[in-house]
Ligand binder design. Structure first.
Ligand SMILES: Nc1ncnc2c1ncn2[C@@H]1O[C@H](COP(=O)(O)OP(=O)(O)OP(=O)(O)O)[C@@H](O)[C@H]1O
Ligand SMILES: [Mg+2]
Length: 255
C-alpha cells in the first residue's frame, strides 16, 4: 500500500437544523483498500459519504485526495476526482440494456455524429468481462437481469469512467446469498485494480470479511477505526452497539 492516502476526510461536520448528523468525523482510505463504514441506522454513514460524493456541503472539515486539498461542491467535482457512488437503488434505466446504461448521458458517437452502438457494446463487453466473466447477456434489458448482474452494470459504469474511489452504500442489502457472493468477487477484483472502496453498511456481517479496516460511527461521531485482522466481530459489535473501543492487546499496553 502506498504511503499517501487516496482519501482523507478530517474533522467533518454536517448539521440539519438541530440534528448534528456528522460530528467531527475523520476517516481515510488507501489505494486497493476496502474500508467498511459501519454503524446503526441514523449513525451518519450516508451523510458522511454524501459529503465525499458532492451531494452535501459540509459545515466544517477538510478533504484531501492523494494528499491535496480539494473542494467538492457538487457531484461533478467528485467525478473529476475519480469518486463514483453506487447507491442501493442503483439508478439504472430499466428498459435499456447494459451498454445503453453504461454510457447513459455519456454516449460514444461515430465520426458522422450517430450513436456508435458497436463500440459501446464492445467496450461494455470488455469492462464486464474483466469484472464478471460469467455475465454474457449484456444486451438484455437490465429490468430482466439478476440483482448481481445489475450491480455489475452499475460497477462497470463507475469503473469505465475511471473511478479511483468507489462508495458502495449498502450494496448487498437487497441481494440473495449467491448474488452477494458475486458482489464480493467484484469488490476483490476492484481492489486488485487499486481502487479504494468505502463499503457502507449497518450490518457487520455484510462487510467484515471484505474489509481491510472498519470505521464505526454512532450518533454522528466516529467510535474508532480498526484493522479487521486485529479485532473480532464481537469487538466491532461492541463498537457499533455500545460505542466502546475493544481493549488494547497486552503487548501494546507495555509501550
Ligand atoms: N437530508 C436530510 N435532512 C435532514 N436530516 C437528515 C438528512 N439526511 C440525513 N439526515 C439525518 O442525519 C442522520 C444521519 O443519517 P444517515 O442517513 O447518514 O444515517 P445512516 O448511518 O446512513 O443510516 P442507515 O443505516 O439507516 O442508512 C439521521 O438522524 C437522519 O435523520
Ligand atoms: Mg445510510
Amino acid at each position: 500500500m502506498s504511503d499517501v492516502p487516496l482519501v482523507e476526510m478530517k474533522n467533518m461536520h454536517k448539521r440539519f437544523g438541530g440534528v448534528h448528523a456528522v460530528s467531527g468525523v475523520s476517516v481515510d482510505l488507501y489505494p486497493g483498500e476496502v474500508v467498511g463504514l459501519l454503524g446503526h441506522n441514523g449513525a451518519g454513514k450516508t451523510v458522511l459519504m454524501k459529503i465525499l460524493s458532492g451531494a452535501h456541503r459540509p459545515d466544517g472539515g477538510e478533504i484531501l485526495i492523494n494528499g491535496k486539498h480539494v473542494d467538492i461542491d457538487n457531484p461533478r467535482a467528485a467525478h473529476e476526482q475519480g469518486i463514483e457512488t453506487i447507491y442501493q437503488t442503483l439508478a439504472l434505466a430499466d428498459n435499456l440494456d447494459a451498454p445503453a446504461n453504461l454510457f447513459l448521458g455519456r454516449e460514444l458517437m461515430t465520426g458522422v455524429g450517430t450513436l456508435d452502438d458497436d463500440r459501446m457494446e464492445a467496450e461494455t463487453r470488455r469492462v464486464i468481462q474483466r469484472l464478471n466473466p460469467n455475465f454474457k447477456n449484456i444486451k438484455d434489458a437490465v429490468r430482466t437481469m439478476s440483482g448481481g448482474q445489475r450491480q455489475s452494470v452499475a460497477i462497470a459504469r463507475a469503473v469505465y469512467f475511471d473511478a479511483k474511489i468507489l462508495i458502495m452504500d449498502e450494496p448487498t442489502a437487497a441481494l440473495g446469498p449467491h448474488e452477494t457472493a458475486m458482489v464480493a468477487d467484484l469488490i476483490k477484483q476492484l481492489k486488485k485494480e487499486g481502487i479504494g472502496i468505502f463499503l457502507v453498511s449497518h450490518d457487520l456481517h455484510d462487510v467484515f470479511d471484505l474489509s481491510d479496516r472498519v470505521s464505526v460511527m454512532k450518533n454522528g461521531q466516529l467510535v474508532g477505526t480498526r484493522r479487521t485482522t486485529e479485532v473480532t466481530k464481537d469487538d466491532v459489535l461492541g463498537m457499533i452497539i455500545l460505542g466502546k473501543l475493544p481493549e488494547q492487546g497486552k503487548v501494546e499496553n507495555l509501550h
